[in-house]
Each structure stands twice: as C-alpha cells, then as structure tokens.
Design a protein. Structure first.
Lengths: 218, 218
DNA sequence: ACCTGAACACCGTTCAAGT
DNA sequence: ACCTGAACACCGTTCAAGT
C-alpha cells in the first residue's frame, strides 16, 4: 500500500505557489521548488499549468478572490470606503504576493465583481455611466499606489524599527533640502493606515463636491 | 594596436542595462547579456557593480534622474501639477523600466530633490510641515498607480487596437454584472492622459478645500 | 586594478519513454 | 491521463589565475 498521495490539481498547485511566495518572496518561487512542495517532479506541473507565468497569474487571482465584498448600506461614501478597505485587506493579507496583484492587469472574474460593486455604488450616488468609470479609476490608482508602498516598505519605514527611523530623520535634517529638513519628523516613517485614510477621504470629498455640483446642474 | 576599447565604467554598465531593459523587457536583462552589451565577459561586471540587484537599483535611479523639475510659478496648484507631469513624463519615457521605479522604495538623491520641490510648493501654499507630507503621499500614491496602469496596459486597453476594444466591450455588455454592462463603452478602453488629469484635479481640488478651511481656522 | 575561464548550484521547458 | 529522467539552453555568482 502506497501512502495514497492526494491527486495533484491546478488548485493545489496554485495554493502551494502562493504559500511558497509568502514564505520566500516572489524570487523564491521556482517550478522545481513548487513541484517539490506538491510532492512531484518539476515536469509534472506542466500537466496542470501551461507555464510559470500562468502560475503567477493564478496566484494573483487567488489573492483577489480573497476580497470579501461588503453589503451596500445606501451611504455611497461608506460603501466605497468599504470596498476600498476590502481590497486593501485582501492585498495586505499576502504581503509578498500583493505586488503581483497590484502590478498585473486585473482581468479575472473576481476583480470584475469588485469593479461592478464599485460602479454600482457610484451610479446609485448619481454619477453617470462614464463619470463613474473615471471616479473608480482615480480611487483604484490611489489604492494601488498606497498598498504597493505599504507592502513594499520595510520596518525602517513602517516605524517598527525606531533606530532606523531616527537615523533616517537625522539624514533628512542634515540634507541640503530645506523643505525636507522641516518635514523630516513626518517623512522619516510612515503610518500606512493614516496615509490610506487621508488620501481616500481626500478623494471621496472631492467626488462628493463633483456629485452635488452635477446634480444641481441637472 | 588594439581597437582601443573604451574603459568600462559603472555609468556605462547602467546605461547599457537601461537600454537592454527597454529593448527586451525586464525579463530580458541578464548579467551575461549585459556584459556582452558592454563588450566584456559576465564576470567583469562585478568589478563595477556588486550584483544584479544593484544594477536594477541603478536603472531606477537613472530613470528618476531624468525628471526635469519645473521652475515654481507661485501658483501652488500649477506648480504641483508641473511636478506631477515631470514625474509621469520621466517614468513613461522608459515604459519597460518604469515598473522598476514605481515598485521600489525611492531613496536616491534624485528623488529627494523632487520630494523637496513638492513639499516646498505645499508649504508655500500654507500647508503645515506634517500636512504637506500627507498631501504629497496621497498625490504620489495616485501618481504611482496611474503611471503603473499606463505602462503596463497593452494596446488592447490603450485603445490602440480597436478590434480588441470592441471585443472587450461586447464581453462586458454580456457579463452578468449590470453596472459593468452599463459602463462598458467607457470601461473597454482607457485614455491615460484623461484619467491622469481627472484624478489629479480631484486631488488638487480636495487639497485646495482643506487649505482654505485650515487658514480660516488659523 | 581590471579581466577571464572554469566551475557550482541553480533555472524554465521539451521530449521521449514509461505506467 | 499523468508522471518521469535526461537533456537543452540558459541563469547569478565565486574563485583562482592571469595581465
């Protein structure tokens, strides 16, 4: 009686790939190590997946599929915030794999559902079919940029390494750039939650202004 | 008399690396090909550069250094727009290498100059030393997200391939998502200039509102 | 000081051969 | 239908040896 190894499937390959990336970073993912992780020789993977790029696409989709869409409440700003939060939560749950999601064109069904939810909230708020797309793209661009900074920044920037922050701050104060020196205490580290909230509120406020102006015209 | 090969330098290695990336994409960069491009064996590169990661860092710095900071005009919104434009122009000039710049932590002197210029504009507009940092980070996050989308999107999304756009549009219309279907004509392709301007204006408007409210309080 | 050949420990992917 | 060993054409990097 053999150990009755569970059958290899595409799903298992992708799940193992995601785990491997989270453990060793994107660089640490190789078809050979991935094969070992699922208990098979490297060449067997090609029975379940066309190539390595497809594995990476699969990882990105897996992360996006982890996004839990909140129920709409009727308050469009709250609802859009909720969707943004869901995106950020899903992405930061896998810090090493997040870069893959943020960097690739999101074409999967999972991301379509999120897009539809966001557009639906915006339409409900009174934005037109075209304006809603612009609004969504602006918020999404900000979201991608913020989350990318968040998952890419090490403890020296997060504030988790006070010594590194102090060092960086001293460097900025001593730099030949006056505005940099003046803002050094705030530049030396980054509170990701705060920056995310600040920027998102900025965008939501500006959208609210646009919305009321348009509806007054119409 | 030998052909008097010009001496290899770090600068030349990095310039050749950037050219190689623009020609073949980031994947097409290898130490061996890079060595061939500068007319030397692979191992000689290690006399000028510690490893491949340093080469990639160098490429990113080279791209950022191409950013031409505009002279301040005194109109803070215009000045911030000018800086954002300069960043976008520098990044999109090297579409294949742009991802490297947008993805890495920008710590070089060249990026410090840009940061200082932006903070200086914001301080001049009346933002505090801390608020200016939040404002800068919000704009930069949006900028990174937009430019990333721009350099990553193929002709099927740019609108340069009308057939692909029509196909995508039909797919969206036929999708089970109502809001997606309604906005399909605007979702199927992306005018990067327009999205960039839309989002940037949104942020600048919101910052203007914050600015006047703060100064009324103060 | 700078270059090189040979070598090491890896890659992704193909293909013919097995069951 | 799925797995495998051997092989191909690559990688980044080290090291001892050359000039």
């Amino acid at each position: 009686m053999k150990p009755a190894r569970a059958k290899v499937t595409r799903e298992k390959v992708l799940a193992a790939a995601l785990a491997l990336v989270e453990e060793n970073g994107v660089q640490g993912l190789s078809m050979r190590k991935l094969a070992a992780a699922v208990g098979v020789e490297a060449m067997s993977l090609y029975n379940h997946v066309p190539n390595k790029d497809a594995v990476i696409d699969g990882i990105a989709e897996l992360v996006i599929r982890g996004m839990v869409l909140p129920e709409p409440t009727g308050d469009w700003k709250n609802d859009l915030r909720g969707l943004a939060d869901a995106f950020r939560t899903a992405a930061t749950r896998y810090p090493h794999a997040a870069g893959l999601v943020l960097t690739r064109q999101l074409g999967s069904d999972a991301s379509l559902a999120g897009t539809d939810a966001a557009l639906s909230v915006l339409r409900g708020a009174g934005f037109g079919a075209e304006e809603a797309v612009h609004a969504l793209r602006a918020v999404l661009a900000f979201l991608v940029g913020t989350v990318l900074r968040e998952v890419e920044s090490g403890p020296a920037f997060d504030g988790d390494d006070p010594e590194a922050v102090a060092h960086r701050r001293a460097e900025l104060v001593a730099s030949p750039f006056p505005a940099l020196a003046e803002s050094a205490p705030f530049l030396a580290s980054c509170d990701h939650d705060r920056e995310y909230e600040f920027g998102l509120e900025l965008l939501l406020t500006a959208l609210e202004t646009r919305r009321t102006q348009s509806s007054q015209r119409g």
